[in-house]
Design a protein around this ligand. Structure first.
Ligand code: OOG
Ligand code: NI
Length: 463
């Protein structure tokens, strides 16, 4: 008997992200409006920038430019986290990075499940920022026990979904029909449930402890709480949102607008209040929103330390107020403070602040196998090699906390003792997370080694 043909994980991920987008647009109409603004602004930017258009076309990114880049969920138990890891693995999404949000007043720690590697990211970059509630940080012991009981009693995966996860693991993949069934079943985990799992009284107690605790514990599943398309002009979309009747959060998170974009800039519209039934009693809950992102260069630990230092210095001078009253002052303080971060690729590289991918120029390709020089800097200076920034594909804890907070209500920031616990998180996850810095370093190193090998031997070295 011949081996069954399995659907590529990248394809399953594409089907899944399209299905999520469709579902979310129906569930949260304001998100559809945001998608439209993003598409319009992206089209405008591309009309005015033919080089960018050509670049995107050449790298096959143009047609999907306004599609979703990420979404986010919040889980309640270690078991839920472990199963989500197995579920995402079937779509080629793996845990990268550890984010401790307690530092920023949110009782969760998180990772991002994402495609790893250039080809997979190109095919479909969709990732899911996934947080696990830190029940251990609920001070009220009785409430903590009750919350744990409610969480332990729920099953966020359909039986068929669990079956298909096992089948994929056993077979080593899913057939086309199984992949379709899997996407449909997996979608159920991310769906919104207007009937709460708890009564109004317990909801209020959970909510009083922290709005995020209420959001995780009170529902049958970890509803997707936002999706995030890519925008080519984030400041413009931020500015346009109110004209379309949607309220943006006060400021764009992350670094300021720059000639050489770094890391990640993101903003969102504020979560909407939605009708919820608590054991037959009508009430409401605020959780779901829409977000946009713009990505720039991945930074080395040194670059990241400088970024963190400048962000801290900015926030010491001016902390953005939730009502937007000092937004202009914050953005100008941010820009002024970041003048200490070089805004020129050569300077960024010589200072060792960012990661770069190496490739051959036309001159380099023509000289394949003919050179003896192996020093990359000399080869770059001589025009055989070129470097391009590697794009940051991960997240930023201070920005994430800003997104959490603007959508949980701004009074929700609380003092938690900062307590990063990556080991515990990884034990719950059932696997270590990939260190993002190591990952970017490896991409840079491999690209350089490959180029030098081609220039000196005519062939790429076997990896
Ligand atoms: C996740 C917030 C983090 C981002 O883009 O930084 C995030 C959440 O609110 O659950 O998605
Ligand atoms: Ni997000």
């Amino acid at each position: 008997m011949s081996e069954p043909e399995f659907t590529h994980p990248d394809d399953i991920r594409s089907r899944f992200s399209a299905a999520m987008s469709e579902m979310y647009r129906t569930e949260v109409p304001a998100y559809g409006t945001l998608m439209q603004i993003v598409a319009d602004v992206n089209a405008d930017v591309l009309d005015g920038n033919t080089t960018l258009r050509a670049d995107l076309e050449e790298t096959d990114q143009l047609s999907r430019i306004s599609e979703e880049r990420h979404g986010a969920i919040r889980l309640g138990t270690a078991e839920e986290l472990e199963t989500i890891r197995r579920l995402f693995a079937i779509m080629g999404m793996h845990p990268v990075g550890y984010y401790d949000l307690t530092e920023a007043g949110v009782p969760v720690h998180s990772t991002a499940f994402r495609p790893v590697g250039e080809a997979a990211l190109r095919h479909n970059p969709f990732r899911v920022f996934t947080s696990l509630l830190r029940l251990d940080l609920i001070a009220d012991e009785a409430l903590r026990d009750t919350a744990r009981m409610v969480l332990d009693a729920r099953q966020i995966y359909t039986p068929r979904c669990l079956e298909l996860i096992e089948r994929a693991e056993k077979q080593g993949g899913l057939t086309d029909a199984e992949a379709d069934a899997f996407v449909a079943e997996a979608l159920e985990t991310f769906r919104w449930h207007p009937e709460a799992n708890v009564n109004a009284d317990l909801y209020k107690r959970l909510h009083d402890a922290h709005r995020l605790i209420a959001d995780v514990v009170s529902f049958r599943g970890p509803h997707i709480n936002h999706l995030t398309p890519r925008t080519l002009d984030i400041d413009r979309v931020q500015q346009l949102m109110p004209d379309h009747g949607i309220a943006p959060k006060a400021v764009v998170e992350g670094p300021p607008r720059r000639d050489c974009p770094i890391l990640l800039r993101q903003t969102s519209f504020k979560a909407l209040s939605e009708a919820v039934s608590f054991d037959g009693v009508e009430g409401s809950h605020t959780a779901r929103f829409g977000e946009i992102e713009a990505r720039g260069q991945a930074l080395t630990p040194k670059g990241r330390a400088l970024y963190d230092q400048l962000l801290t210095a900015t926030r010491a001078k001016c902390l953005p107020a939730a009502d937007g009253s000092n937004a202009a002052e914050y953005m100008s303080t941010l820009s002024a403070t970041f003048s200490d971060f070089p805004d020129d690729l050569t300077e960024i590289r010589t200072a060792g602040l960012g990661y770069f991918e190496w490739s051959l120029t036309d001159k380099g390709a023509a000289a394949a196998g003919q050179l003896t020089e192996t020093d990359a800097d000399s080869l770059l200076a001589a025009g055989y090699l070129r470097i391009d920034p590697i794009i940051y594909e991960d997240f930023l804890p201070v920005s994430a906390a800003g997104i959490f907070q603007s959508n949980l209500g701004d009074e929700s920031a609380q003092e938690f003792a900062a307590s990063p616990n990556q080991q515990h998180f990884e034990a719950d996850l059932g696997q270590p997370v990939l260190n993002e810095f190591d990952h970017y370093q490896r991409i840079e190193d491999q690209s350089r080694i490959r180029c030098i090998s081609i220039l000196t031997t005519g062939a790429a070295a076997a990896e």
